[in-house]
Design a protein around this ligand. Structure first.
Ligand SMILES: [Zn+2]
Length: 123
């Protein structure tokens, strides 16, 4: 993992979380250029307040993901994608770890109904 990508991703994550709406589910103007065009607006219902103890930054090609804990201890995962147009990293999604299956996507061999098998966010 490239050190400079790590620091770029973390700085961007902190900037976005600082702007994250507390109640609205409308993308704030200041966030427009920080998120990807296909950013899932439903993720704004995920109440994120702080970036505590970021860990597991992984990047594969044009995608990078980082896991961190919110102030309340919830594990969160943000996915970023690097633009092929201007080289900037923009947030693709920010989802909490499913509290039913703890990110595995299944329970006792069945697809988790909490997250529909994705392990992150709500179904
Ligand atoms: Zn689940």
């Amino acid at each position: 993992m490239n050190e400079s990508i790590d620091s770029v991703i973390l700085a961007q994550l902190r900037e976005i979380v600082a702007l994250w709406p507390a109640h609205e589910t409308i993308l704030p103007k200041q966030m427009h250029d920080l998120v990807a065009k296909d950013f899932e607006l439903v993720d704004l219902t995920n109440r994120v307040s702080a970036v505590v103890a970021p860990s597991r930054i992984e990047s594969i090609g044009e995608l990078a993901s980082v896991e961190f804990r919110d102030a309340d201890g919830t594990l969160q995962r943000a996915v970023f994608r690097q633009s092929t147009e201007d080289g900037k990293w923009r947030m693709r999604s920010l989802k909490f770890q499913c509290p039913v299956c703890f990110g595995t996507g299944s329970n006792d061999g069945d697809i988790c109904i909490g997250c529909d098998g994705s392990g992150w966010g709500a179904a």
